[in-house]
Design a protein around this ligand. Structure first.
Ligand code: ADP
Length: 384
């Protein structure tokens, strides 16, 4: 480890959002120098990074030139210019996760084929080149049931996902290459973050349950541990570990899974990086996902993922009706409640439902954490 613990070691992070910021907070404990590539100097990670390089993660030159400046390149977003990272790898630069993994995960169609090829449970699907081909399949009776359509590339936070319930209404069908999958009768949405280092050591985080706010299309609450059976918990951990091993993953892999109404698990998608479903680990788990990512990236021993206390995480999002320089209300009242932790990302401008921060609410029992999380949710206002 000695070789890493000196300020000359440069960790490169693409991009500088809140996940990058929280990663740098951990990296600074080991005195690592952190460089960030982002389009904005005042991005959430901007104040903490040793240096912000201005550039777009989708731009070849920006990513390539950034990668040349750092000792290890890692990501808070997977949709990075793939040619640039492949070229960097070919030139001997250390990229984590591997560009081949990024390429697979960037394309939801390839991801689904990966699950299918390895007999991993996921809802049945078909790939389509265009909206027109989907309409043809509906007209010819090949598609007969309500379905979920996902753009193969570029989707994020529910963008690029369309639930098509009425087959006669073609307006909502997305353009471009996509996959069409069976709509799962979802009982719960859960996630497991698994960490793996180069030596193949694996650690899984406690399974979390995510509830969604349909208006914001964002996670409403993240509940840890998930309220599912022990058998389902074990199955989720086995699945996540298997995927990380099949991918020969180094770093973190967040695995999102549906539990259907019959109690069966179906893989939704994975993300090869620190993930929103692990925000709570900063306070509620012995080793946070960010420290774990660093350990995995640097091929150090992985830390304990034991849960210290049950927790609920809620996003702090812009209240609808306000766009402009941000003001927070109710923080003081929230902090007066035992076990409430507040993270503000430092975004200057609020917009309806924009993720501006999060709160993790810890308590001795999950019931208490849930009750307190409702109080926090009602107290915090993000306005302009
Ligand atoms: P994103 O990558 O944008 O987060 P997801 O693939 O996670 O997109 O889909 C967003 C949400 O859409 C999921 O959290 C889930 O609520 C719903 N969803 C996705 N796929 C299905 C499906 N096959 N059946 C039912 N609901 C789905």
């Amino acid at each position: 480890m000695e070789k890493f613990v000196n300020s000359d070691f440069k960790l490169g992070i693409i991009t500088g959002g809140q996940l990058g910021k929280m990663l740098i907070q951990e990296a600074s404990k080991w005195d690592l120098t952190s460089y960030v590539l982002d389009t904005a100097e005042d991005c959430p990670a901007g104040k903490l990074a040793s240096k912000v390089f201005i550039g777009d993660y989708k731009d070849y030159d920006a990513v390539y030139n950034f990668g040349k400046q750092v000792d290890i390149l890692t990501f808070e977003i997977e949709h990075v210019n793939i040619q640039a990272v492949k070229q960097l790898k070919a030139e001997g630069h250390k990229i984590i996760p591997d560009p081949d993994i990024l390429e697979l995960i960037q394309d939801k169609g390839l991801q689904k084929e990966f699950y299918q090829n390895h007999n991993l449970p996921t809802s049945p699907f078909q790939l389509y080149e265009s909206k027109e081909k989907i309409i043809e399949a509906i007209d010819s009776g090949k598609i007969t049931q309500a379905f979920v359509q996902k753009s193969r590339k570029g989707g994020y936070d529910g963008r690029g996902v369309a639930v098509i319930s009425d087959l006669n209404n073609h307006e909502e069908i997305l353009n471009g290459p996509s996959l069409v999958e069976e709509k799962v009768d979802i009982d719960k949405e859960i996630a497991v973050i698994v960490a793996r280092n180069q030596q193949g050591q694996v650690k899984c985080y406690p399974v979390v349950e995510m509830t969604f706010d349909p208006k914001a299309n964002l996670v409403d609450k993240l509940i840890c541990p998930a309220q599912i059976s022990q058998e389902q918990t074990n199955q989720a951990i086995v699945l996540a570990t298997k995927i990380a091993e099949l991918l020969d993953m180094q770093g973190l892999l967040a695995v999102e899974i549906f539990v259907d109404k019959k109690g069966q698990l179906q893989i939704n998608e994975v993300a090869p990086r620190p993930h929103n479903s692990g925000h709570h680990t900063i306070e509620s788990v012995v080793t946070s996902q960010f420290e774990q990512h660093l350990r995995a990236v640097l091929n150090l021993p992985l830390g304990s993922t034991e849960l210290k206390l049950p927790s609920v995480m809620i996003n702090i999002v812009g209240n609808p009706g306000y766009t402009g320089p941000v003001k927070y209300q109710g923080l003081e009242e929230c902090l007066a409640i035992d076990g409430v932790k507040i993270h503000l990302y430092g975004k200057k401008i609020t917009k309806p439902y924009r993720k501006m921060g999060h709160s993790t609410i810890l308590a001795k029992s999950l019931e208490q954490a849930l009750t307190n999380s409702e109080k926090v949710k009602n107290l915090i206002k993000v306005i302009s």
